[in-house]
Design a protein around this ligand. Structure first.
Ligand code: ZN
Length: 363
């Protein structure tokens, strides 16, 4: 477990660990979802005119039988067992399709190919949602690197430039629970939500609270996201809130300071509140944000790279261009993991107050 400072961070981490150990498949919400579908199916069947041909009825009856079987299996404790090999059907796939009855390995080659095509399409959609990797906004410079471990990623990253004289830059980086398509879908959900909310002029704490409530209302239990959300304004002013995410590292001439989580992950409790921290960056100072694929990258002996190592890697690089800092950070992680393929999605973002342009934008 990575080192952490604040009580909020610790609580958040404990909550995340607890949630990770709760299998989504045993959740009463999934059963409730299935029961709702069963009711809608029954209504749909009852509205088909009796004069219709049997092939109109057949698919509905087949579905109803499948839903009934899934509910029965839940009662008997066999739900989520692969029909073929009696292994476990991947929980992420059950969240996506509660009627899945085969594990990935037991799918036919046609089914596997169809799944791959879906994944490639999802990957394409997801990449299309990413902001430009090199962004300049007033005196701010941002660079990030987004590396999914698989075809799709559960990491979330966005940059939203506000328009006009006072236009601030909203930066977001997070990590959603689970893996695969389910996680990628949650990521796209976060993206749409923050894009919509960013336009209505909310204070940062209200923005986070509202995003959390919306996320709670639209996800099933067991799904959550840790996330850093910040606003970069004039004269180096930064407002930042963190929903149970890893610390943000503030690099200045004096060294590296950790900005810890200020609230619980999104999606855990609808009443969560988020404290906003304010910091001021001097020209050349930067903030480094990362996901667990970076801090938890392991070496050959299983040792995690860790937050302290990231901190050391950035400490001696004050004033570096954001792109160079991101690349140096990733190179350090790769060195630590001896070039082994990452098992988790990796994202690093650097937000820097530019040196050359700073004076022109100061009040
Ligand atoms: Zn199987």
């Amino acid at each position: 477990m990575p080192e952490s400072d604040s009580a909020a961070t610790q609580t958040a981490r404990v909550s995340v660990t607890e949630m990770k150990t709760v299998p989504g498949i045993s959740d009463p919400y999934l059963r409730e979802q299935l029961e709702k579908r069963r009711d809608s199916l029954r209504v749909a069947i009852s509205t088909i005119p009796l004069t219709d041909a049997p092939h109109t009825f057949a698919p509905f009856h087949k579905l109803l039988a499948d839903v009934d079987l899934a509910i029965r299996n839940m009662e008997e404790g066999t739900y989520g067992t692969c029909d073929e090999c009696e292994g476990t059907v991947e929980s992420e796939r059950l969240i996506m399709d509660p009627l899945a009855r085969l594990c990935l390995d037991c799918l036919s080659s046609d089914e596997q190919r169809a799944l791959e095509r879906d994944l490639e399409l999802a990957s394409h959609v997801q990449r299309g949602l990413l902001p430009e990797t090199d962004l300049r906004h007033r005196d701010w410079r941002v660079h990030y690197m987004y590396r999914p471990a698989g075809i799709v990623s559960g990491d979330y990253c966005d940059l939203i430039s506000g328009a006009g004289e006072e236009g601030q830059l909203l930066f977001l980086l997070g990590d959603v629970s689970g893996k695969g398509v389910a996680a990628a879908l949650l990521m796209t959900h976060l993206h749409a939500m923050f894009r919509a909310l960013s336009g209505i002029g909310l204070e940062l704490d209200r923005l986070m609270e509202m995003a959390n409530r919306m996320f709670c209302e639209s996800t099933i239990a067991g799904q959550f996201a840790t996330l850093v959300c910040g606003r970069a304004g004039r004269s180096g002013e930064i407002e930042i809130a963190s929903a149970g995410h890893f610390p943000v590292l503030h690099t200045s001439k004096g060294g590296v300071k950790r900005l810890d989580a200020t609230g619980l992950p999104l999606g855990l409790f609808s009443t969560s509140s988020y404290t906003v921290r304010r910091v001021r960056l001097e020209p050349g100072d930067s903030l480094l944000l990362f996901t667990d694929g970076i801090s938890e990258a392991r070496d050959n002996s299983g040792e995690e790279y860790g937050i302290a190592a990231i901190s050391r890697a950035t400490a001696g690089r004050h004033g570096w261009e954001p792109k160079d800092l991101v690349e140096a950070c990733l190179a350090d992680v790769e060195k630590h993991s001896s070039g082994r393929r990452p098992v988790d999605d990796q994202t690093v973002m650097v937000i820097q107050r530019g040196v050359a342009d700073a004076a022109a934008f100061n009040d």
